[in-house]
Design a protein around this ligand. Sequence first.
Ligand code: HEM
Length: 520
Amino acid sequence: MSTVSSLSAALCLSLLSYWIVGFSRRRNLPYPPGPRGLPIIGNVLSMPKSHLWLKASEWGKDHGNLVFVQCFGSPLLFLNSYEDANELLDKRSTKYSSRPSLVMANELERWDWLATTTPYNDALRKYRTYIHRFFQSPEVLDYKPLQIRETHLLLNALLDDPKDYAKHVRRLPGAVIMMNVYGHEVTNENDPVIHLADETIRIVGDVVQFPILDLIPWLKYIPEWFPGGGFHKVAREARKLSYAVRNEAHEQTKERMANGDERESMTSVLVSENILEDGTILNEGYISAAAAATYLGGADTSATTIMTFILAIPKYPEIQRRGQEEIDAIIGCNRLPSFEDKEQLPYVRAICTEVLRWESILPLIPPHFTTEDDEYKGYFIPKGTTVFANAWEMAHNPTIYPEPHDFKPERWLGPHQPLRPEKYAFGFGRRLCPGQNWAENWSVFIAVASLLAAFDFEKARDSSGRFIVPNDSYDTSFDTWPLKVQNYTKVIEGCILDSKFSRCGFWSFLSSPSGDGVVE
Ligand code: HEM
């Protein structure tokens, strides 16, 4: 079949689905407002290549907080306000908790086992139960000492090699998660398990190259030799990776267990509990999928949060000073912060909260998908609508947060605080991030408090001694068009800090081999 006839067939199919959606619409209720689209293709031409959240905010200015668009008959709804997201995604989560089907990612590359892309089904409920059990509170795995140890390793690495700060920061959550999930110890920067997982994150991000397949799913049938069939090769490579990332570290954990060399982890506990008399493991596929999804969901997001702190702090020396004064007054100079200090460090906690708001780590919450028709505020929301909560717009609404682009921890002090970013930054309803507690309450806090305690951050200078303006653009790493799940990863390129290790003389014990954070 020629390309032209393929496209005509695809357009006919799209027209049909457009017609079906229109037909099933309840005649007495309109769709929510939105920009006018063209026949058949709808709003496809208005969809930006990146930063869809900004476009959704812009549409919101003209059409209100609910914005409805269509792409080739597929309905998309943007929720620009927390109230609407809370009402639909939290309170009506029975209807709003699935995920849209992704042709390239799920069908061809076989990432369908990944929690973030799985529809709301039994497998997802299993994954979430597992992750919750081990990550929701530190009681099961007692991950706090490990977080402290890895944070101290980060401080040491920054001391030795401040220029590579991004690499050191990235290691921190990755190493803790690998230990929690597999009992795998990350000993150096060339760790093969981390390398495989990071490669996976990159490849999943590359799905963006083939948006057309999600728009016109029928195109997946064109053969590899046919013009435009290059996606088959990419999908083949990705399938290998999908298999490897789910199974390799899992198998290594089983090997360690067989050799009596296991360290307690999510995988080792679940495998032991599910082993049958004949040696097979009940639910093994779910166990390996949940474990792999944990790293993929938690490493980049947590690292980006800490990087955002490092980006903010040299721009606001006054905030750095105030945070350090609080730490010095409460903790003094003889030890580094511990989790027990958290209650007594309100300003440091306020910095962590502002980090979560200031540069929304996931500006568009990964899309939810409706599994039933719904009515809301007099509008009709059809089954099969892809729903995006626009966390960026929620976090930068000037009526809630005056001067929203400024980094102001003070917002989070005192009795009358605005809407807290935890309410939307970790998503909604039945898809709420299962790593929220691990990240927010433990990992990010201890990293921020320890970095403040140990370092003075300031902008680097050029050879003439002038401050270099940090490059604060974020990389978008995971981006599935037209769904545009944008997940910032690497934050700052080029210079950002001269970490002056002048604070309290902590260097004397940090650079000691134990790095245990207590001055002898
Ligand atoms: C500051 C760090 C983090 C942020 C900002 C964050 C944010 C999010 C968001 C917005 C979602 C989508 C929720 C939704 O669809 O409504 C999500 C899902 C998810 N997160 Fe996190 N996350 C973070 C850390 C973590 C950590 C540490 C883990 C693992 C321990 C993790 C594992 C997951 C998983 C597995 C999902 C998929 C859940 C599902 O689709 O049902 N995340 N996260």
